[in-house]
Design a protein around this ligand. Sequence first.
Ligand SMILES: Nc1ncnc2c1ncn2[C@@H]1O[C@H](COP(=O)(O)OP(=O)(O)OP(=O)(O)O)[C@@H](O)[C@H]1O
Ligand SMILES: [Mg+2]
Length: 365
Amino acid sequence: MTKESQILRERKENLYKDELDALQKNDKGLKPENWYLSPRAVLQFIKGGGEIGGVNITPKYIGNSHLVETAIATLATDRALLLTGVPGTAKSWLAEHLSAAVSGKTSHLIQGSSATAEEDLLFGWNYASLIAKGPSEEALVPGPVYRAMEAGAICRIEELSRIPAMIQDNLLSLLSEKVIVVPELQLEVRARKGFNIIATSNDKDKGTYPLSDALKRRFNTVRMPFPDTLEEEVDIVSFKLQSDTVQFSDEVELSRKEIERVVQVYRELRSGQTLDGKQKISTTESVLSTAEAISTLEHCIYMAGFFGNSKVGARELAATLPGSIVKNPDKDEKPWMDYKRLVLAKREEWKDLYDELGGDERMKA
Ligand SMILES: Nc1ncnc2c1ncn2[C@@H]1O[C@H](COP(=O)(O)OP(=O)(O)OP(=O)(O)O)[C@@H](O)[C@H]1O
Ligand SMILES: [Mg+2]
């Protein structure tokens, strides 16, 4: 669908409108009030599989079904949902798709940062109107949480632990009472059924603004893992690279073997040992996630299509791998050099890649 569209990143409710409509029409599951789909249909939307009303339901999140079920069930309870994990484990991805399936829209969103203020979360004022007429409902500018509460929909808060603690504290009473009070108007906005919050928080930001215990208690936390096996990770990468959002994926040949090589390099550098468990290696500080493997290989597809022979091979891998692995030269350069010398140089079947990476000559330099 996106191929015909001029929009770089379409909203999920528009991108998957056919799937969502078909699921809704044929939905016979128990549905919490104001949900767009029943939890069972939300699960099918996220995990994919099967044909409903002639529409193929594509997988969105590939991995543990139990984790997705827990996340969906949380949204029907009084608690909010917190997705945590290292960067690139599809926290935002899952949050966005859950929001599309549970509420039928993804528009209530806060991109958390140290600049996030109370009015970004709750409400602000149109100052021209405020000065001219004093506090009034017209002068009130509702924030995303406010709008989601009125609509009985999901509000996403990205990168919760990058929001200053003082601002995070606003969520404490909001999540218990499910009400926003506007004292100037003596107004109480009570959340409609269906309202809930999905927050994401990156492990790497743990130290920025740690969540208070009180806030943690209001969330049910789901930890997003890395894929268990090489095969599973290769399946995710391969599926994502075949999707319509990757241009030229039909014109450029990318074999499973090349995907496996990138994923294996990442998994080995991530776990600190070779896949067969025989050799210990040092790990990089940069997180080599599935998401990183997807973008590295997407880059390879463009390189092969624009400048190569339309086939991704050692040349493209060698051009993109070092930049994706060595993000922080002080910490990542040594593990990468060691990996090339101790692992790649000895892996006979990967000689082409080792040579393209500069091989022995570069090692000597
Ligand atoms: N298990 C998976 N199933 C489907 N897609 C995945 C999976 N793991 C990673 N991805 C892909 O990785 C990409 C990046 O994921 P996303 O941006 O959601 O990561 P994140 O955990 O929010 O990272 P950050 O902490 O940096 O914000 C998405 O395009 C997503 O499709
Ligand atoms: Mg994210």
